[in-house]
Design a protein around this ligand. Structure first.
Ligand code: HEC
Length: 117
């Protein structure tokens, strides 16, 4: 009896780390790949204090240094329509899950810059 219980415990202990790793790796982002995809973002997000003029004058949020999970969640919300900004919806709609993960990984590792730079 005791032996069976400890065998089950052993099997569970062996399986758990793999489960956790599989989840974390759902869509792993690669910052180097992300760096090759930012051309279409930097025009708006790369300039400190930049504002877009469409559909109205908009402050463009900074992406650098943000939590990658937050960035991916935001992009998915634009793609699904839960967030409604028209330019971001069009852009996010063209991104795959892999693109989003790569872009988020890139922006997350970019240090926050101040307006003085
Ligand atoms: C035409 C200008 C423009 C381009 C190009 C653009 N964005 Fe945006 N982005 C915006 C604006 C404006 C907002 C704020 C919209 C809002 O209020 O929902 C925004 C919001 C975001 C947000 C949410 C940020 C937050 O703090 O909630 C993310 C993430 C984002 N953009 C990622 C990207 C990525 C990645 C790309 C390139 C694939 C990109 N954007 C290209 C203008 C742009």
């Amino acid at each position: 009896m005791n032996r069976t219980v400890s065998l089950v415990a052993l099997a569970l202990a062996a399986a758990l780390p793999q489960l956790a790793a599989a989840q974390a790796a759902a869509t792993p982002g690669d910052p180097n790949r992300g760096a090759q995809k930012i051309q279409m973002c930097q025009g708006c997000h790369g300039i400190v204090g930049w504002r877009t003029a469409f559909p109205e004058v908009y402050r463009v949020p900074k992406l650098s240094g943000q939590n990658p999970a937050y960035l991916v969640a935001a992009l998915k919300e634009y793609k699904s329509g839960d967030r409604s900004h028209p330019s971001m919806r069009a852009i996010a709609g063209s991104l795959t899950d892999q693109d989003m993960a790569d872009l988020a990984a890139y922006y997350a590792q970019t240090p926050l810059t101040t307006a003085n730079r």
